[in-house]
Design a protein around this ligand. Structure first.
Ligand SMILES: [Zn+2]
Length: 293
């Protein structure tokens, strides 16, 4: 097995690139982007890759030969992005297009949901793990005994039916899915609805130390998160088992949100941030390239 690999995480608002050595990440280089549609997305990835190689001083040979994993915010089937609301892709042959643009093969091409599961599977903890990224989009994997048993539909397919609809729909137009309730845009919309002039989840979290309304928005989001996790565990027959909820992404950095989720989930589900912090998806992409998974 190669010891080094390059990971790329293509998210809805940023592309991250990292060289990982074993399970240890080097410097993560982050490129904000607004690319939508296949052509524009390929251009953004190719450019980020080229600049990152220069920034982390990758040799021309490594640039061509290091294993590369590309994780994409969306549903992935083999080399095709079936659907990505945040990248405006439908049935897009992204793997091929990126390989052509860069003049080399990718070692692994996967959804960011799967890469979060891979990142969560290499650490110690209970057998049952829900790995969720809460950022521009929401998604992740259910990992059991180190194997990913579910990686589709955790962000958009888990509908909260017994609670009021989200303040704003998700990128795909749902108003009851986890992304509508817990994605960055949904959270900001909920904050604005109660009169808070915040632009990002981070601003909302900072405000929560002095503003009761901000605290309430985050607590409610944490409860929704817990309800979603209960549903995921219940649908797979693991409700009541000891489990871990491993979080990543900008929204998950809010301690208040995590505490509210942990309160509702009780002692059997341990809530924590990924050891890779908000870089779990790019770490998983590199690990996927290392292991060929
Ligand atoms: Zn949705």
């Amino acid at each position: 097995m190669e010891r080094r690999a390059l990971g790329i995480d293509l998210g809805g608002s940023a592309i991250k690139v990292v060289v990982a050595e074993g399970g240890v990440l080097g410097e993560v280089v982050r490129f904000p982007h607004e690319a939508r549609g296949l052509e524009s997305v390929v251009r953004a990835v190719a450019q980020a890759f080229a600049v990152a190689c220069w920034q982390v001083r990758l040799s021309p040979r490594d640039e061509l030969e290091l294993p590369i994993g590309l994780a994409v915010a969306g549903l992935v089937r083999e080399g095709v992005v079936e659907r990505s609301g945040n990248l405006a892709l439908v049935e897009a042959p992204l793997r091929d297009a990126v390989e052509k643009a860069r003049g080399r093969k990718l070692t692994a091409f996967l959804s960011d949901a799967r890469s979060l599961g891979i990142a969560a599977s290499i650490v110690m903890g209970p057998d049952v793990r829900v790995a969720l990224g809460l950022g521009t989009g929401v998604g992740g994997s259910l990992v059991v005994g180190g194997e990913i048993v579910r990686e589709r539909g955790l962000g958009h397919g888990v509908l909260l039916k017994d609670v009021p609809l989200a303040t704003a729909p998700c990128a795909l137009g749902h108003d009851a899915c986890l992304e509508a309730h817990l994605g960055a845009a949904g959270l900001v919309a909920s904050a604005r609805k109660v009169g808070l002039g915040v632009a990002t989840p981070r601003e909302l979290d900072e405000l929560a130390s002095s503003d009761e309304r901000a605290r309430a928005v985050l607590e409610r989001a944490g409860q929704r998160l817990a309800q979603g996790v209960e549903k995921i565990l219940d649908e797979s027959g693991f409700l009541g088992r000891e489990a871990a909820l491993v979080l990543s992404g900008g929204v998950a950095t809010s301690q208040k949100l995590r505490d509210a989720a942990a309160d509702r989930l009780g002692g059997r589900v341990r809530v924590s941030l990924s050891r890779f912090g908000s870089d779990a998806a790019v770490a998983g992409a590199a690990l996927a390239a290392l292991t060929g998974s």
